[in-house]
Design a protein around this ligand. Structure first.
Ligand SMILES: [Ca+2]
Length: 318
């Protein structure tokens, strides 16, 4: 059995482990998105903020979407799926978290080749710390096999929104990009689908893989969190960029208001030219032998902790 590789280059003892997984096809997908939607992206507004419902929030809302109105292209860019029916609004009540609609992403069966459904949002020039809160549910029959990608947070240059895209397998240089993804990880069959949630992260101090590439390093909580299929969860991710010249960056995630992982002492960048400025919902399956669906609802991106809608089991957000 293959196991991910534990890095030992870190100078502190974090409550998580770091490793890599060999993902070689994501960059191709990103390049396709880039070319296909470039004209559309240029036509969209610079920044749009939306109602975050009745929830009282401490921070500035950078973007929100409850998927209740309009069409996807009004608020999202990089709308991309292997089959046209692979994404859209869901109206069946059992697959809607709030109101009458949610977002459905299906990575369709593709003969064992890669399959994707995704929507992307930029917020240029960007921020130094953001919280990303959303609700999501994996289909009751979700089974990605081994490798997949899920939710992406990226940092591009403030003068080039594309610099974090098409970067799979590369080590960031400090002034070009960084990326982190919250995603389920099966650890080659150790965990039942969809798997244990962790970060898959490309940052300047990351560890090189034996094949010479820089596949995302894993940030795994010591106690794995295994979401059930067919159930809504509240997910929240925080990324705090470091001060250039210091290793004081962080990343953390919560599920249903409970903090699962908080990593610190991260160097994301060496220059202020990199900011947090890209996010996507995506289901990317590396070897798609069946259809795999996720539903999403009630996304809020804010400068401060958000927490679950009902206010129960609120984490400290720090
Ligand atoms: Ca909704």
């Amino acid at each position: 059995m293959l196991h991910f590789w534990t890095a030992n280059r870190r100078t502190f003892q974090p409550p998580f482990t770091v490793g890599f997984q060999p993902i070689q096809t994501l960059g191709l997908s990103l390049l396709i998105v880039r070319k296909k939607h470039f004209a559309l992206l240029l036509a969209l507004p610079f920044l749009m903020a939306y109602s975050s419902g009745s929830q009282a929030l401490a921070g500035e809302v950078v973007f929100s979407d409850d998927f209740e109105s309009g069409v996807l292209a009004e608020r999202w860019e990089g709308i991309n799926s292997t089959r046209p029916e692979g994404l859209g609004f869901e109206t069946r009540a059992e697959y809607v978290h709030s109101g009458k609609r949610s977002l459905r992403l299906t990575a369709h069966e593709n003969g064992g080749n890669a399959s994707v459904a995704q929507v992307t949002r930029w917020f240029m020039p960007g921020y130094d710390r953001l919280y990303f809160r959303w609700y999501a549910m994996f289909a009751v029959d979700f089974d990605q096999g081994n490798l997949m990608h899920w939710t992406f947070i990226g940092g591009s240059r403030t003068d080039n929104k594309w610099s974090a895209f098409g970067t799979a397998g590369l080590r960031p240089g400090g002034a070009d990009f960084f990326t982190t993804m919250l995603e389920p990880w099966r650890n080659w069959g150790e965990y039942p689908p969809p798997g244990a949630l962790h970060f898959y992260t490309n940052y300047p101090d990351m560890t090189q893989a034996p094949d010479g590439n820089y596949w995302g390093n894993h940030f795994d909580p010591q106690k794995p969190f295994l979401p059930d299929r067919g159930r809504w969860y509240c997910f929240e991710v925080m990324v705090k960029l470091n001060t250039p010249g210091s290793r004081d960056g962080e990343q953390a995630f919560w599920i249903d208001g409970e903090k699962i992982l908080h990593a610190d002492s991260i160097r994301w960048r060496d220059s202020e030219v990199l900011k947090l400025n890209a996010f996507w919902f995506g289901v990317y399956i590396h070897k798609a032998v069946r259809d795999n669906t996720c539903w999403y609802d009630d996304l809020i991106i804010s400068t401060d902790y958000i927490g679950p809608e009902n206010g129960e089991r609120q984490g400290d957000g720090k």
